[in-house]
Structures are given as C-alpha cells and as structure tokens.
Design a protein around this ligand. Structure first.
Ligand SMILES: Nc1ncnc2c1ncn2[C@@H]1O[C@H](COP(=O)(O)OP(=O)(O)OP(=O)(O)O)[C@@H](O)[C@H]1O
Ligand SMILES: [Mg+2]
Length: 424
C-alpha cells in the first residue's frame, strides 16, 4: 500500500498516519526561525501532539536545530519537570555513554558505581538528586547546558497545562495557598529562564487543556505572557473529505464525496480524531455488511448506532475527565449542567437561562465560590461552546449529540435541579 494514508487510532500520529497540516507546520517553523516561544492551543483531540512532533521531525531533517520533546503529563512537581527536561535533553544532545558525566556535572556529584545506563535509570539517578529544595539550580544548569550546545534548541513541552493544573490543584482539584505558591514559583522561574535564553532555546508548549483559564483561576495569568498563542483549528470540510477519501482508498472502500460530506455535516466541526473515529466505525460497519460501497443512509446508521453507542461514547469520558481536572469538582458540576441544558435545547443555551441558573447557584449547598463566568470561559476556551447571538452553542455536533445521549434523558430543567453527584 506504499505511502497510502492509514488509520490514526487514538494516540498521536506520524508517517503514513499523518495527514495535512502543511500550513501549520510552515507557520510554526517560521516562529521557530524567529525564536518566538509558542503556546499551541486547541480543543481536545485536534492533533496538537502529532503536529508538534511533526514539527520537530521536520526541524531534525533540516539539521539547523537540536530538538527536545518532553511529555510532562505524569509530572506532579517542579522537580519532576526538571528531571524530565534534563533526561530528554541529555538524550537529545547525544550524550550516549557520557550520560553519567552529564548527571555528575548537573548535580555536582560523582557517579562511580555504574558504568553504563539507559534513559530510565538515568531518570532515576536524576530523581535521587533533584528534589523540592534543589530543582531550581538544577533546572538552571539544564537550560544553560542546552543553550551552550552547538545549535539553537527547540524545546517542546507537551501536556504542560495538565502539569500546571496538577501543581495548582493536586489530585483533589483544590487550589490551596501552598499549591498556588508552588505553581507561582515554578511558573516565575520558567518564564525567567525562557526570557534569559531567548534566541538560544525556543519553547513550544502544548497541552490537552487550555493553560490560560487554569492560570486565570489562580490569578497567575501574567506567567503565560512569554508565549505567543497558536490556535490549531479543526480541518475544514475539504480537508476532512480529502482525508476520508484517502483512507477509503487505502482500505479498498468506495465512499463518494457526497457521502464524505454527509459525514462532515454530522460532525459539524472536523476535529481530526472525530474524522478518524467516524471512518473507523464506517469501515467496521461495511466489513460486517460485506460491502465496500457506502451510501448517505449508511452515514446516518453508523453515526446513530456506532458513534453514539455506549462504546462510541468512551471518548466522551475522556473529555469529562479533562474538564473535571481543569475546573475542580464544584465548577465541573456547573459545567455539566450548562452543557446538558444546551444539549437538550438544540445545542444552544441562552444568556437568560444562564442568568437564571446563576441566581439558583447561590442556594445550592455544593456550589459556593463557583463563578459561572469562569466556567463559561473554560467551556469556550476549550472548544465546547461558542458565542452565538444571545447565548452559546455547541461547537461540535458530535460532542453535542454525545452529551445529549449520555446526560439528556435524566436531565431536569435548571429551576428544578438538586445537587448533582459526581462519579469517580
Ligand atoms: N494530522 C493528522 N492526521 C491524521 N490524523 C490525525 C492528525 N492529527 C490528529 N489526528 C487524529 O487525532 C488523534 C489524536 O491526535 P493527537 O494525540 O495528536 O491530538 P491531541 O490534540 O494532542 O489530543 P489530546 O487533546 O488528547 O492531547 C490521532 O490518533 C488521530 O486519530
Ligand atoms: Mg496531546
């Protein structure tokens, strides 16, 4: 099948699974040339990780930069982040068997009892030496070493916003004074180091939840001002159709352009992962029916019976999880209600309805301190809702339908609601 486009699955994609995004890669390349620190923002599953990884591969091919990719999804503290950056930087700088010397230099210690070790052990060794009291000088050294390496460096940090959220809210989603102080310290340091090495190290930061609303909740927004935002958009209809047609070709299916257009209409917003999911379900469905040709009626069938089925909705759980992480339990309950109210009202919620809910919030025992405008900001920023006339509407047809199917049946109008229990 040569270079034909293959299905994406759920994880980030590369090679013959990566489609389009030439314009975005070019724009990001230009920013890197101009040494601009970038914050890649987009709603969930838009292809941020795939895009940034592709950018780094392109830069590697050009050979003018050293590239470092760090995923900090599991990092819970500033020390964890520094360890991750140090480990990946050591690897990218091609230290190989000299990793031992790199740690020794970074941590001012001698390591004599180990001759050779790989990245996993390297991280363990770093972890033993970098802790809450010492991450800052170690972090400074890591950045100084990167800056002093031969080529300019592009340091991409994925899931940065998740890490900041964890730093700020821990695992119980509560902002405490101590956590806010820790986050403030880390972000001040990060901003300073980014400014100090501008020109030698360019940062490309991304994450599956928006950074700005998280910082805003803790009144730490100023820390994001070293970044120029880059808004990754959904595919337009033409691109999504081209993707579906190429996938169909690879897997020996005949899906006419009109059928692909009907699929895009259903999705309304062509988030790459949703396009991929739709194709995958379509493929399975046609295989079961022992057919290779598809009609518009098949689109409806697959959408309603497969995409919106309980199994199809598994992705929605991921959306909910992220929303809860960004908002914390109390505000998450408010978000659930706003989204469900919109879902059962044809995908729209009016300002009057929001105001009415806002009035009722004060009387609900588990909602103290929740500001409805913060919730709306997150829902708008992270791509759930968009402003529409005298209210908001769902951006994605699929997310709207998922929401309605999952929560709509047991939903009570705003004026009759009781406190809502949040599941695990
Ligand atoms: N350029 C692309 N070409 C083909 N498929 C893509 C592309 N970008 C994203 N996808 C689809 O979307 C899925 C998710 O991609 P990726 O993990 O890069 O997105 P993300 O925005 O980082 O997601 P998250 O919000 O979960 O972090 C992929 O598995 C693939 O199915
Ligand atoms: Mg990602």
């Amino acid at each position: 099948m040569g270079n034909s486009l293959r299905k994406g699955g759920g994880n980030w994609v590369a090679g013959d699974r990566f489609f389009d995004r030439e314009v975005e890669i070019e724009a990001l390349e230009e920013r890197v040339e101009d040494r601009i620190h970038t914050l890649v923002t987009a709603q969930r599953r838009m292809g941020k990780t795939s895009l940034v990884r592709k950018l780094l591969r392109r830069l590697d091919e050009l050979g003018d930069f050293t590239t470092v990719f760090v995923d900090v999804e599991d990092a819970a503290t500033a020390a964890d982040v520094v360890v991750e950056i140090a480990a990946e930087s050591g690897k990218a700088l091609g230290l190989g068997s000299r990793l031992k010397d790199w740690i020794a230099k970074l941590t001012n210690t001698t390591i004599s009892h180990i001759d050779e070790f790989g990245l996993g052990e390297f991280k363990v060794k770093l972890r033993e030496r970098i802790d809450a009291g010492s991450w800052r000088p170690h972090g400074n050294k890591v950045f100084a070493s990167l800056a002093a390496s031969g080529k300019p460096v592009v340091l991409a940090i994925d899931e940065f916003s998740i890490m900041v959220s964890r730093l700020l809210k821990g695992h119980d989603y509560e902002i405490t004074t101590e956590r806010r102080r820790d986050a403030d310290e880390f972000l001040s340091w990060f901003r300073k180091i980014g400014q100090e090495h501008r020109g030698r190290i360019t940062l490309v930061v991304s994450g599956s939840v928006g950074l700005e609303p998280i910082l805003e909740q803790a009144e730490l927004s100023a820390h994001a001002n070293i970044f120029e935002p880059f808004d990754l958009k959904p595919w337009d209809e033409q691109t999504a159709i081209a993707c579906l047609r190429e996938l169909a070709h690879t897997y020996g299916l005949s899906i006419h352009e009109d059928v692909c257009r009907a699929m895009c209409c259903r999705l309304r917003c062509c988030v790459p992962h949703h396009v991929q999911q739709f194709f995958d379900k379509f493929h399975e469905y046609l295989r079961r029916a022992n057919r290779s040709e598809a009609s518009k009626a098949d689109v409806e069938q697959v959408y309603n019976k497969e995409m919106l089925s309980v199994r199809g909705q598994a992705s929605l759980e991921h959306y909910r999880g992220r929303l809860r992480m960004v908002l914390g339990d109390k505000a998450y309950k408010v978000a659930l209600r706003i989204l469900t109210q919109a879902a059962v009202s044809d995908g729209r919620i009016r300002d009057t309805s929001i105001r009415q809910y806002g009035k009722n919030l004060a009387s609900l025992p588990d909602h103290e301190g929740v500001r409805i405008r913060d919730v709306l900001h997150v829902l708008e920023h992270d791509g759930y809702l968009t402003r529409d006339g005298d209210g908001y509407r769902f951006v994605s047809g699929l997310v709207e339908d998922w929401w309605r199917t999952r929560f709509g049946t047991s939903f009570m109008p705003f004026d009759q609601q009781l406190p809502l229990r949040v599941g695990p």
